[in-house]
Design a protein around this ligand. Structure first.
Ligand code: AMP
Length: 222
């Protein structure tokens, strides 16, 4: 079972995907987290990805597709929740082909929509844990202790690509490269558009309902 969470940077994909994964038992796979982990490890792939990430550009497809498909192959989960992948048509087709070989397909695509001006506000206040990647927001969801992660005590930092200038570039890349996927999955009949405005709980509820409306998810909404 494969579920994709689509949405512009700052739409709340990471936060929502982790919550949904907990409820549904789907394994959470974030291409951005995979890249950041490889950077921390000092892996060549991480260093290569870094230069693209810091200017808000997409990491080349051959690198990205291989990394994500390898992650999906190596896991033992029966279902996956993908966050940040696919991000363009080439990646979507590569994913379809890889799944088709196993007799599977993308089951549901949840597309989070948020107004562009709201995205810049959300991202410029975002903090992320260096250790466990848990997201916080200076105003909307601050940590209990300043600069420290509530879950693991790790150091919180602002991602370089969350500066207003890079955020605007990432939004442009999303509109050009990723938005066409909405139509691609709509034609396949697996798309559900979900309003990303409101509190984390409100959006989470909408996502659970949209997921439950898809084939094979009748119990997910609870
Ligand atoms: P994210 O954590 O999803 O916001 O991703 C952060 C950055 O990682 C993006 O701005 C890209 O530079 C890179 N990245 C993540 N996922 C992909 C992908 N599927 N294709 C290409 N680049 C990606």
């Amino acid at each position: 079972m494969y579920v994709i969470l689509l949405g512009p940077p700052g739409a709340g994909k990471g936060t929502q995907a982790k919550m949904l994964a907990e409820v549904t038992g789907l394994a959470y796979v974030s291409s951005g987290d995979l890249f950041r982990r490889r950077q921390l490890e000092g892996a060549p792939l991480g260093l290569k990805a870094k230069e693209y990430m810091e200017r808000g550009a997409l990491v080349p497809d051959e690198v990205t597709i291989a990394m994500v498909l390898e992650q999906l192959e190596s896991g033992s989960a029966t279902g996956y929740l993908l966050d940040g992948f696919p991000r363009n048509m080439a990646q979507a087709r590569a994913l379809d082909e890889a799944l088709a070989k196993k007799g599977q397909a993308v089951d549901r695509v949840l597309s989070l929509t948020v107004a562009a001006e709201e995205l810049v506000v959300r991202l410029s206040g975002r903090l992320v844990c260096r250790q466990c990647q848990a997201p916080y927001h200076l105003e909307a969801s601050p940590p209990r202790v300043k600069g420290r992660c509530d879950r693991c005590g790790g150091e919180l930092y602002q991602r370089k690509d969350d500066s207003p200038e890079v955020v605007r570039q990432r939004i442009r890349v999303y509109e050009r490269e990723t938005e066409p996927l909405i139509q691609y999955y709509r034609v396949k009949g697996v798309l559900a558009a979900v309003d990303g405005a409101g509190s984390i709980q409100e959006v989470n509820h909408r996502l659970e309902v949209a997921l439950a409306a898809g084939k094979g998810f009748s119990k997910a909404a609870g």
